[in-house]
Write a protein that binds this ligand. Structure first.
Ligand SMILES: [Fe+2]
Length: 447
């Protein structure tokens, strides 16, 4: 639901329907494009909308508080003061071209709420991360981690438990398009591990890690430079599909980034990876695969596309042999795994599912067998990315699952709390906001 947040508010009690699990205390934060319309102008594509962050805080004793705020970035406040758009396609054409030439971008923070070392950030992939106050959700400012982040920081950091380090990348356009890879250790200084040339100016939204490697797939979406420089049309029209290029896979060893390897495989599109692990000389990569880039336009205009499905790709690092096969027949996206198992072999992954026959669902899929456990929501309730909350001492890797849902009938939103081992039973609790919240893309739990 791409609508504005109608009532921003700080933490206040949520109505709890059902029973919250005893002892689960912490906060779910999620960000999304929550200000799609300002100054009488509706953005044609949600990626351009100003951001909103929501939070649901569980006290561990059956109670919960909720909050939702507009992300008041420097650019947002500048526009509020001016009473008009100064950035993006809402600004006059001349100003837009000047913005491009001067490298001026509004950091909307509209894609991912991310927690690191107990700090809260919201991320938009073209910019540096924005730190927020975790209790008031107020903007504290952009951060570059002591200069490690050059210009961009993707909305998809991943943590490798064995290395006690989170990793992320930024895509930097220029004469040569570069992928900057960052290491953000639990303890110690964040640093730039290396910068890697892309074969073309593409669109790399997510990456995936194993215990020893970062893996990037530069799909054949190619930036139309003149169109982007002249700011013609909305930004989804700045990328063309060039399947003849195939996909470029760049594999970077954490221990020796200079020994990065490159491979070319058949063309496809991926927004999000599920997980990856190593099996001898092979990399095994689970991801949500699309036939092409049509989803970029459909996010703005709602046009129909061939839906994505869960695939398992296997890449032999010695020979470059690549094969990819579908693992589950239903359409699914917004994959998450329990963060304790990122980069390692683990059977369970959680997804948002959607298909014409069954409507929406939240699914736990066994990525080895394709067996699935699904909470079916029908067409009237729309869930969001399922966020796992690890259970202490849980040996099965079946965490609690939190998902922000929009109920069309009441036009209100709630956070569903589900047992990750029994999704089909439906939520054990629903935490109701007294309004509909805007759609969110990605978030994190901090306990
Ligand atoms: Fe994403």
């Amino acid at each position: 639901m791409y609508e504005n947040l109608s009532r921003p508010h700080g933490f206040e009690p949520l109505r709890v329907e059902g029973q919250l699990p005893e002892g689960v205390a912490g906060t779910l934060y999620r960000s999304g494009p929550g200000q799609i319309e300002r100054f009488g102008h509706r953005m044609s594509h949600p990626f351009e909308a100003d951001g909103v962050i929501m939070a649901a805080r569980l006290d561990g004793n059956g109670g919960a508080l909720g909050a939702a705020r507009v992300i008041e970035s420097a650019g947002y406040l500048e526009e509020q003061a001016a009473g008009r758009y100064l950035y993006g396609t809402g600004a006059p054409w001349g100003r837009r071209v000047l913005n491009t030439l001067r490298g001026r971008v509004k950091n909307t923070g509209n894609t991912r709420a991310w927690t690191w070392r107990g700090r809260l950030f919201t991320i938009m992939e073209a910019c540096k991360p924005t730190e927020l106050d975790p209790d008031t959700l107020e903007v504290l400012g952009e951060r570059d981690f002591d200069g490690a982040v050059i210009s961009a920081f993707s909305a998809h950091p991943h943590r490798v438990a064995r290395l006690q380090t989170s990793f992320n990348f930024g895509l930097r356009y220029g004469k040569q398009t570069m992928l900057d890879l960052f290491a953000l250790p639990d303890n110690g200084e964040p640093r730039l591990l290396g910068s890697f040339e892309c074969g073309w100016a593409g669109l790399v939204h997510d990456f995936v890690v194993t215990e020893n490697h970062a893996i990037f797939i530069n799909c054949p979406a190619k930036l139309k430079l003149a169109r982007a420089l002249l700011q013609l049309g909305d930004f989804s029209s700045w990328f063309g599909w060039a399947p003849e290029q195939g996909c470029e896979i760049i594999v970077v060893p954490f221990a020796d980034p200079g020994a990065a390897k490159r491979f070319t495989v058949e063309p496809f599109w991926v927004w999000h990876f599920v997980n990856a692990f190593e099996r001898g000389d092979e990399l095994v990569i689970d991801y949500c695969r699309y036939a092409d880039l049509a989803s970029l336009t459909s996010l703005g205009d709602g046009s129909r596309i061939e839906p994505p499905t869960l695939h398992r790709g296997t890449l032999d690092l010695r020979t470059g042999a690549w094969r990819s096969e579908q693992r589950w027949e239903r359409s699914c996206e917004f994959p998450r795994v329990d963060s304790r198992y990122e980069g390692a072999e683990h059977p369970h992954a959680w997804f948002y599912a959607r298909d014409e026959a069954d409507g929406f669902g939240l699914a736990r899929v066994d990525v080895d067998t394709g067996d699935a456990d699904v909470w079916e929501l029908g067409a009237q309730v729309k869930p969001s990315e399922p966020v796992p909350v690890a259970r202490s001492g849980d040996p099965d890797g079946k965490p609690w699952i939190l998902s922000l849902c929009h109920d069309e009938q009441s036009d209100h939103s709630y956070v569903a709390v589900l047992d990750g081992g029994a999704l089909a039973d439906g939520p054990v609790a629903k935490l109701w906001f007294d309004q509909a919240l805007p759609e969110t893309y990605h978030g994190d739990w901090v306990g």
